[in-house]
Design a protein around this ligand. Structure first.
Ligand code: SF4
Length: 355
């Protein structure tokens, strides 16, 4: 990249961003904690979804200290529906480290901030550039898409080592005088103009400097090989109510997918000849009669898919329950942190029972 090219790209991008940027709540602050929260929420989640969560979260936990001392159950409840719950736990763990080891001041160097739990290279660069004005790269999928087109980079972005090429490209191009607007400009361009399909090149501020546009190959980039096949799990979930109106929930293990969240008893049938009743009795020690179907849907996680069928179950006999299971009143059920697929089942049950 020659100096003139770099100067033109950064100037076009920064001026466009300053003029056209969307009015988003986290753009009204330079508080590194709040920017950190927003960047964590925005990972794998759309801006429109994040806005109300961010506003509620910051109202409830306005400072590092308030988040550091929050109870995990309450924190997960605030995060409920955003998915990827380990993000919330890691954020809290990182925030606790800042309170305890850094006197409640978010570190301002890549070396230190990267040591915090849950802070990867992207989040580190985003917080450093936006909150502290440090010229550091913040490369995610959006930024790789924009740069692969702009600079005609044909490396496979599915390979982890490719990221380095893009990080180096950002470090070459970045506006040292306004790294915040430069990095946010790249992110914004990827979100609203240089979209995965049908990029709006005619509205693009860097079109004049874009090789893919000149080659007519903008939709062929970035190169991304397909991931391994996602695993499909056929889950059968049962909402069981006992005579006193309480509902049975089970807490998921403290590690792994949806850790510590609550769900209705959920089983996978080992073979097609097993029934839901048999497997529930085997796994939970209670006899039930499967009744009305509630809702069936697919829920896609990053590397696996749940194909969920859910039912009402009548309790026939009750024995001692395994440790992670507990009966809750209906009000208590609604107050437990539950992942999106479980909330869907709960809403279907309430609708059927006019609650
Ligand atoms: Fe993306 Fe088109 Fe702009 Fe190139 S000209 S950066 S392909 S929107």
């Amino acid at each position: 990249m020659n100096e003139l090219y770099k100067k033109q790209v950064r100037s076009a991008l920064v001026s466009w961003f300053l003029e056209e940027k969307r009015d988003l709540p986290w753009r009204k602050t330079k508080d590194p904690y709040k920017i950190w929260v927003s960047e964590v929420m925005l990972q794998q989640t759309k801006v429109d979804t994040v806005i109300p969560y961010y506003e509620r979260f910051i109202a409830k936990y306005p400072s590092l200290e308030s988040l550091a001392t929050a109870k995990e159950g309450e924190l997960l409840k605030e995060w409920e529906g955003l998915g990827y719950y380990s993000r919330a736990r890691n954020l809290q763990a990182g925030v606790k480290e800042v309170v305890e080891a850094y006197g409640s001041v978010v570190p301002s160097t890549r070396k230190e901030i990267s040591k915090l739990k849950g802070v990867g290279p992207y989040t580190a660069g985003a917080v450093l550039s936006i909150a502290y004005g440090v010229p550091e790269h913040a490369v995610d999928g959006n930024v790789m898409r924009v740069l692969s087109r702009l600079l005609f980079i044909k490396e496979d972005i599915a390979k982890p080592k490719t990221k380095k090429i893009f990080e180096e490209a950002v470090m070459e191009l970045i506006d040292e005088n306004n790294p915040s607007a430069f990095n946010q400009g790249l992110m914004e361009l990827g979100a609203v103009i240089c979209t995965p399909t049908k990029p709006k090149c005619l509205l693009c501020p860097v079109r004049e400097y874009c090789t893919a546009f000149f080659e007519g190959k903008q939709e062929e980039l970035p190169i991304k090989t397909i991931n391994k096949k996602t695993k499909l799990h056929k889950m059968k979930a049962v909402v069981i109510e006992r005579d006193n109106g309480q509902i049975l929930l089970e807490k998921r293990p403290s590690k792994g997918l949806l850790a510590n969240m609550w769900q209705f008893p959920m089983v996978e049938l080992p073979t097609a000849t097993h029934t839901v009743e048999e497997v529930v009795e085997h796994d939970y020690g209670i006899a039930i009669k499967k009744e009305n179907e509630l809702i069936a849907f697919k829920h896609i996680f990053s590397h696996l898919v749940w194909e969920v069928e859910s039912f009402e179950g009548e309790l026939v006999t009750e024995k001692e329950l395994p440790a992670p299971c507990k009966w809750f009143t209906k009000e208590e059920v609604s107050n437990q942190p539950m992942p999106v697929p479980v909330i869907k089942i709960w809403n279907a049950w309430k609708e059927r029972n006019n609650i």
